[in-house]
Write a protein of this length. Structure first.
Ligand code: FAD
Length: 467
């Protein structure tokens, strides 16, 4: 490690937990139990699902089973971009028509408002600041992609999106070499752990039982099996996202992809003046191996991307520890964006896993005959999507149990989507490694040649990925 990254806290789940405190773990399941709904996984998907179900049908007995503690997964480690992106929208447009995908996009736009509304209503102080999302281009090839992306988003009904040139971009955030940017108001920055802790407390206050330190080893029709007992329930909902491969029979369902983050020490007023970023937009770029960043509630920069994307055999992580080389790469990326921060200290680094389906499409399903449901495969866009997925699962359960009918949500095109499984190893490992090597090479080529079009390498990689 260089002197700027030595002494970095690495892992410990995430900076967000270090900042807000690790929770006192709730009691595990003690013996067999019976419920109406068993929810496996205490991240945003599981907790939002419990929240909406209990609100909609108060007499339901709901048990959440969490392997470690609520927020241990991506929900306690993410970049805090609450925004309207959803993995798979374009494929859903091809499969179900443009109008269906526009409905999905509208539902996502409304989801950003919904999360902010409930956080307020439940008194959850999640450090939310609604500054929108700013995505910048730093090379001619990125600019061409940015313009195409901008037009494409407008075609899905985002009339309030704005396109900026170099000067207008700098007026918002002074990113080195930025030649343009696209901004949408449908986004907010938040503190991921404060949201997940607040949600768990809200759900408990409604009368939902949460058992932590309780790993589910197998999900069968109407049963969630743990080492301490089995929960029998009419509905068992799998909300395990990037950890799904660890469940019996699910090894090739969603590939666990790693993403890593770093956070700086708090910046001084002078440093912020040099950078700008008064609007606290969430900030991203148009590189193939893209980065994402936020200005944290306590005045730091948290930035993510890159890292070793996938471990052989779908292994997941070890309390969020990331590789020294990734910490260096993220620091270099930060300084590339903001050269004035060359001397800034990185305080904490961590990683987490997200779930990637074979066709990169998020989905929500309830199998009516078995009572098994699941939601996820959000790739890197799950902070808002998990809320929409949860409301959809809630409506599906209500409809199936005779407590409700079809709704706008149950008719969205991602409901009941089927996808093939990932290839067995070693093909899976070789494929994902090759894919990310191709994206990184494409970024380097675009930067060094100043080409104006996307590198052919990246286009080939997109095809191989099935995106
Ligand atoms: C580093 C990183 C940065 C990200 N940044 C963003 C971002 O800025 N914006 C965005 O929109 N998305 C982002 N994402 C994605 C987003 O965080 C996730 O999509 C979202 O949090 C998924 O929520 P979830 O509840 O479905 O899954 P998780 O939060 O992963 O929750 C799953 C839970 O299930 C538990 N579990 C797993 N297996 C079992 C089992 N067998 N038994 C019981 N419990 C089990 C886990 O311990 C975990 O708590 C990021 C992800 C990562 C990793």
């Amino acid at each position: 490690m260089s002197s700027m990254t030595s002494g970095v806290v690495n892992g410990g789940v995430s900076f967000w937990f270090a900042d807000d405190g690790l929770p006192a773990v709730r009691a595990p399941l003690e013996g067999d139990a019976v419920a109406d709904v068993a929810i496996v996984g205490g991240g945003y998907t599981g907790l939002w699902t419990a929240y909406y179900l209990k609100k909609a049908i108060p007499f339901l007995r709901i048990i959440v089973l969490e392997r470690k503690f609520c927020g241990y997964g991506a929900s306690g480690r993410n970049g805090g971009w609450l925004y309207n992106g959803i993995a798979g929208r374009d494929r859903y447009a091809r499969l179900h028509g443009h109008e269906a995908a526009v409905r999905l996009q509208r539902a996502m736009n409304a989801t950003v408002d919904e999360v902010i509304r409930v956080a307020e209503a439940e008194g959850i102080d999640a450090g939310i600041h609604r500054g929108g999302v700013l995505e910048v281009a730093r090379t001619p090839a990125q600019l061409a992609r940015l313009k195409a992306f901008h037009e494409h988003e407008l075609s899905f009904g985002e009339k309030d999106r704005e396109l900026y040139g170099a000067r207008e971009t700098a007026e918002r955030v002074r990113v080195a070499d930025a030649v343009g940017s696209s901004w949408t108001p449908h986004g907010a920055r938040l503190h991921p752990v404060r949201l997940v802790k607040g949600l768990a407390a809200a759900v408990e206050a409604l009368g939902v039982t949460i058992h932590e330190s309780t790993p589910v080893t197998e999900i069968r029709d109407k049963h969630a099996v743990t080492p301490y007992g089995t929960v029998r329930a009419s509905y068992v909902l799998r909300c395990t996202e990037g950890f799904t491969a660890g469940l019996k029979g699910q090894r090739r369902t969603w590939l666990p992809m790693n993403s890593s983050m770093v956070v700086t020490e708090p910046l001084s007023e002078e440093q912020w003046e040099t950078i700008g970023w008064a609007g606290r937009e969430t900030l991203g770029d148009m590189a193939h191996a893209y980065m994402y960043a936020q200005r944290t509630p306590d005045g730091r920069i948290a930035l993510g991307g890159r890292g070793v994307p996938y471990r052989f055999g779908s292994r997941t992580d070890n309390d969020g520890t990331t590789q020294a080389a990734t910490v260096e790469a993220l620091r270099a990326l930060l300084v590339g964006f903001f050269p004035s921060l060359a001397g800034v200290r990185i305080e904490h680094a961590w990683s987490g896993v997200l779930g990637v389906p074979r066709d990169w499409c998020a989905s929500v399903t309830l199998d009516r005959s078995s009572g098994l449901g699941w939601a996820g495969g959000y790739v890197g866009s799950g902070v808002a999507t998990a809320n929409l997925a949860a409301r959809t699962l809630c409506d599906l359960v209500a409809m199936d149990s005779g407590q409700g009918g079809r709704t706008e949500l149950t008719d969205l095109p991602w409901v009941g989507h089927k996808v093939r499984r990932w290839e067995p190893e070693p093909l899976r490992w070789l494929g994902v490694r090759g894919l990310y090597a191709a994206y990184r090479a494409a970024d380097r080529r675009e930067q060094s040649t100043y080409a104006t079009g996307s590198s052919r390498l990246a286009r080939v990689a997109d095809k191989v990925a099935g995106r």
